[in-house]
Each structure stands twice: as structure tokens, then as C-alpha cells.
Write a protein that binds this ligand. Sequence first.
Ligand SMILES: Nc1ncnc2c1ncn2[C@@H]1O[C@H](COP(=O)(O)OP(=O)(O)O)[C@@H](O)[C@H]1O
Ligand SMILES: [Mg+2]
Length: 463
Amino acid sequence: MLPLSLALICSALVVYKLASDFVTEAYDRALYDSALDLSRRLRLRDGRLTVDLPPAAADMLEIDDIDRVYYAVRNDDGNLVGGAADLPRPQPSENRRPDYYYARYLGQGMRLVALRVPYDPDNETMFAQVIVGETLIRRRLLAEEILVAVALSQLVLIAMICISVYLGVGHGLLPLGRLRAQIEARSHRDLTPLDEPRTPREVRPLVHAINELLQRLQRAIVSQQRFIADAAHQLRTPLAGLRTHAELALREQDLAGVRERVRALMHATDRSARLAHQLLALALAEPEASATAPMSAVDLVAIARDVTAEWVPQALAHQLDLGLAAAAGSLRIRGNAVLLRELVVNLVDNAICYTQPGGQITVDVQHDAATVTLSVEDDGPGIPPGDRERVFERFQRLAENRTEGCGLGLAIVREIAQAHAAEVRIGDGASGKGTRVSIRFARIDAGNSGALTRQTAAASGPG
Ligand SMILES: Nc1ncnc2c1ncn2[C@@H]1O[C@H](COP(=O)(O)OP(=O)(O)O)[C@@H](O)[C@H]1O
Ligand SMILES: [Mg+2]
């Protein structure tokens, strides 16, 4: 509404200016005609200039129902011959063209015209000055009438525009209203696409975008449901195992038999606990949860060192040589220490799990100017290139492995890497055999980096 009002005011100003120009021109012509009439009444009597203006004619000239009209005639010497002596005179000018001007007279604004007319047929050098002036009332009234007429018609026009815009927008939004009703009527379970072809062309891209979102949501929900089903299934197996072992232990008569059953029971409990831990870790690493995980400057070298030291006993139990090769000093990235620890633990756990006795496992943290790369390398069986994408999926394990596990480790690793905008790669080990999983993070400071040394946290193996 404001722009329209401004436009209305501007156009009214322009119209007023144009109208008063036209009015001035029209009334000036009439004023000039009066001055010309008067100049025709100049007479030369006994060599003296006079004005032959009978009272009726003077009335005609002066009496007007709206404006007051005044005149003055002077001879060449400037002496008044007829009319009002104090009527304002124009600026001195030599030409004979009518001279129009504004002035104040008797407290009123006036428009005046001054003519220089020859009055002696025998002497072309004798001129009289004829001035006729009128008040401005009629001129103003006319200009105002024009302004009011134009402004009124514009107001009507604007009102009509507003009404048609209002009705047009309302009509144009009808399909959106229908769409809203369609969405409102849905249950939260109904993620089928909205009826795209039947929506009007203008909102079709919007409906298309909503449908794509619904599709993504549908896929996410399906995968979430599958995950829950898988998790329930995975949990049920070890729990059923627990119960079976407990029942068998109860039936056992001799102590050695009971001990055997209880050992199996403990083992099944460990597996259940581990599965529960992995499920929880995955839930925490998922984008919805990890987005709110507090991030700070974290030293990857320190985390790698701690995890390596912590897992040495397990490595020893599997007759493996677990060591750390990393820059002495610190290499910092922006991250969540708890999640990053979980990531390293899962990689080290896999290396220990899948490497045959006598093997070597190296945890490494390297850097360049902009990145820090953490890697865990072993000389085990390796992961075939064709499976290097698949192993990241949840509950996916390679067919040939007979070790215990639930297939969540690398899925957790990938979720945590993604939460840190890091890149995960699976490659071969240094000697062409084994596995090297590396994760490249963005580095936050240059830090200090010492010589690369393999600080063997523990070295053990047969022989
Ligand atoms: N270091 C490794 N060496 C060989 N195979 C590996 C290694 N790490 C992972 N894998 C393979 O990838 C699969 C998926 O690993 P993961 O997601 O950690 O699940 P899990 O260890 O519970 O089986 C494993 O079952 C294994 O076949
Ligand atoms: Mg694993």
C-alpha cells in the first residue's frame, strides 16, 4: 500500500504542475486580449494621450464575478493617463512583446500583462504602456479542480487494482490451500508422494521438492526400521544363549561340569555386553546424536597412544605385536575425544581380531600442512578391494571370517569420521598384504612434530 500511496502523491504533484501551467497559459491569453482591447481605446486628443473608456466598458473590464481586474495606462513619459496609479509595473524592458509577470497589489497576488503600443499614427516612435492585471482566484480554483478530478480517478484506479490483486492472489493461492488440506489430512505414517501432476504448474516444483524429501524420509525410516529389526535379532541370539547356558548349568551335577557351563555363560555375557556397547556407540555416532556432541581441539597422537597402550594386553593374548608410529608431540584436530577414541578402538579391535598370530599391527598419526591422517595397519588377510565399500555397512561381515563380531565396527568408524568431516579409506598394508584403514582429518594448528619413530609399546610373538 505504501508504494502505491507514494506513487499517487508523486503523480498528483506532477498533474498539479501541468494543470497550473495549462491554466496559466489559457488565462494569460484572455488577459492579453483584455489589454489589447484596452489599447484600441487609446485616443490622441489635442496632442495628448487619453483613454476612451465609457463607464459601461470600464465596468466590463473591471467587474468580474470571481477575480478583481485592474488596469493602468501611461504615456511615454511615464505619466498615468488612466486606471490605477499604483498598479505594479513590470521590470523595464524594451521589446513590444507582451510582458507577463506576478506581483502583489492591495494585499493580493496578481497576474499582470504589460503592452507597449504605438498610439500616434503620425509618430511611430510614441508608445503607451498598457497594464492589465487580475487576481489569481479563478486560476487556482481551476488548477485545484483538475487536481481533484485526476486524484479521484487515480484513487478509484488504485482501489480497483488492489481489489483485483487481492482477488487474484486469493484465487492463485487456492491450489496451495488444497495442498495444505491434503497434507493436514495425512497420518504421520503416510509418506506416499503428493499428487504431483494434478497440482498447478506454479507450485509443481515445490510439490516435487516435498515429494523428494518424503522419499528420502521414507528411505531413512525403512533403513532405521531394518536396523532396529537387525539389532533385535542380534540381541536375541546371545540372550537366548545366556538362558540356555544357565539352564544347562542348573542341570549339571558335578562341579567341573557347572564350571564349564558358567564359563560359557560368561563368554555369552561378554558377547551380549559387547553388542550392547556397539549398538550404543553407533547410536551416539549417528548424525542426529553426534551433531550435538561437544567439539574441541583434540590431540590425535595422545588418543592413539592411549588406545594402543590399553590394547597391548589383548594383542599379547593373540600373540600380536601392537605398536605406535607417530610424530612425537601433538597433532590437533577439531573433534570429540570420546567419539575419536571409539573410532581408534574399533580399528585396533578389528586388526587384533583378523590378524593371525605373529602378525604386526601399527597405529600411526601422520600429517601434512593441512591434514592429519590416522591409520591402523596390519599384515593379516586383508579386505578384498571389491568388499571395501560393503564392510562399512551395518551388520555386514565378510563371509569367510569365523571370528565373533556383529558387523558394526566399521559402520561406527564411518559415522564418526563423517561427524568430523573426515575421509575414510581402506587400502593394502605396506608390504602389499594386510589392511590399512586410514582417516584423514582437517588439521587445526601447525603444532610441533618430532622425528617419526616406532615406539614399540609392546612387542611379542612366538619366538
Ligand atoms: N583389519 C581387518 N582385516 C581383515 N578383515 C577386516 C579387518 N577389519 C574388518 N574386516 C572385515 O570387515 C568386516 C566388518 O568389520 P566390522 O564392521 O568391524 O564388523 P565385525 O568386526 O564385527 O565383523 C569384518 O567382519 C571383517 O570381515
Ligand atoms: Mg569389528
